[in-house]
Design a protein around this ligand. Sequence first.
Ligand code: FAD
Length: 398
Amino acid sequence: MMHEAEFLIVGAGIVGLTLARELLEQGADKITIMEKEAGLGFHASGRNSGVLHAGIYYPSHTLKAQLCLKGNLLLQEYCMQKGLPLLKAGKVIVARNQNELPTLLHLHDQAKENGAKVELIDEIQLASIEPNAKTFQKALYSHYTAMVDNKAILHSLYQDLIQTQRVTFLFNAELKKMKNEFIAQSSQGEIRFKQFINTAGAYADKVAHLFNVGKEYYFIPFKGIYQKLKSEKSHLVNGNIYPVPNLENPFLGVHFTRNIHGDVYVGPTAIPAFGRENYGILQGIDRELVNIIKNEIILYCSNPLFRRVAHEEPKKYIAKYFYRDAKRLVKELQPNWLTRATKVGIRPQLINIRDKKLMMDFLVVQERHSVHVLNAISPAFTSSMAFAKYIVQMYIKS
Ligand SMILES: Cc1cc2nc3c(=O)[nH]c(=O)nc-3n(C[C@H](O)[C@H](O)[C@H](O)COP(=O)(O)OP(=O)(O)OC[C@H]3O[C@@H](n4cnc5c(N)ncnc54)[C@H](O)[C@@H]3O)c2cc1C
């Protein structure tokens, strides 16, 4: 028998789940969420740093600026309502030298413009917040940055959705192709729908291409590897210690984050990966490898920013370079205080084929009965609840 749905959502990551929640609030009656894995959190939403960002890094005209802080506050409220872990520890961004001070001041002004609660602090104030952090003259303190348990949030949203009895989850159901405009073929049979929502994360470009949408975009995967501070040293970090980033680069640089269990993670890296799910050395490498390498070579030759990332980031596979980046942020750190963490994430970065540029903002594309969330990169976890409201308001006709 064919499965029928008013809305078919492909991908049960944070973006798919929060969109389903928002659709229910707007009166949707029959939603199906199709997920190729056996459960929740197998990919980005279950493998991230668990940081609720606070609207600092994004130029004010961007969707990220518009949605990050709103999303942060909505998720904080959700965690408090549901009794989920929430650590409101804030974050400091530290300057490594004089050259980074103009960017630090720029971040301060931009964050204010975005409504974030930030302040420039001196080295004495920094020592009272993060005694082990070091900076050159000034640092930026963000009050609203917080840490959450990302998997607990996914499971809580799942329970909320199931309880309404208006949402059906199909696990182990991979979207294979479109039979026609209103029928999707999955590994578990056909699904007829009225509206289709693509929240397939690292595969969102491929799903969009099934609809002839977003043909000018493809993803390049970057691997995020973490190290962990030995537990007897975790008292050296209270919250988050981040470097001043290169604002042209989509990644924030290796940083320290104390998670809700008190463990301090250092990372992640952003190393070009060999597959969209290439979490281990060989795991997740498939036929696409040749294409990924070809696209990386094209980008390497045409985009100076990608070239810089490709030179700088792979070094962090080597413990010495990873340590060097981490040590710049703190007064005390020994190489043997860091151990390789099992957590690895893949950050899919959307590239525009035409101009070979890395897409820095969220991107949503609509085509008649389908909506495609094409670039749900960081801080999409933080922004998700606000992003869902935005997508429903702007793109979904009831
Ligand atoms: C290392 C790392 C650190 C990060 N840190 C942070 C952070 O601290 N704060 C923050 O806000 N953001 C962070 N992010 C970003 C954040 O995790 C992502 O932006 C967010 O999780 C994206 O959610 P999603 O639902 O789009 O994707 P996903 O969580 O990847 O979900 C997509 C789902 O679609 C499924 N799917 C794919 N193709 C198909 C198909 N054909 N059929 C059926 N199902 C399919 C996948 O199995 C997957 O479950 C980080 C990301 C990484 C990788």
